[in-house]
Design a protein around this ligand. Sequence first.
Ligand SMILES: [Zn+2]
Length: 208
Amino acid sequence: MLPHKPIQDFVKIISLLPGIGPRQALRLAYHLLHLSPKKQQEFIRTTQGLFSKMKLCSDCFLPFEPRSSKEKLCEICRDPSRDHSVICVVEKETDLLTIEKTKKYHGVYHILGGLYSGKKKKQGASFTLPQLIQRVKRYSKSTRPIREIILALNPTSEGNLTSYYIEKAIRNLNLNIKITRLARGIPSGGEIEFADSETLINALEGRK
Ligand SMILES: [Zn+2]
């Protein structure tokens, strides 16, 4: 017997999430159907809130909760005490959170949303390298141009390849921007997201 249509639809959409396959999605569907009506309503409200209350920062692509519909920049990008001439490029939000936890980085970020793999671009929901280039170009004409770009991608083959492409794209702009990478310390193939603060601070301070 095939699962009913509403379940099939649910599985189709939930399987799009990272790390969740059709089988797991099916299990989730059955699990949710056994929740109490109160919990089911809570689930709907929370999911809806996630989409309706959150928005992506137009500069760095970090999701944030705007105070008004006009607000376009996240808390970090609109913080005047941060150094807006330094952009730290990370693959995903959780990498940003780990770096923020060190409290030693005072620049801004750019969430890339994906990595290159081999010759083909990885199918991320949104790969924001073109937007990074646009952002750098836009700010180079303003009163606060970008001085440095820190490539803080995981030291995997995909991360390294992506760093190489970003570096090439930035150099092609001829804007005299310093491009640095995190110093060694993050184990090769390791993940920034799970690095401890001390390792990360050393990697940030020793960047070159
Ligand atoms: Zn932002």
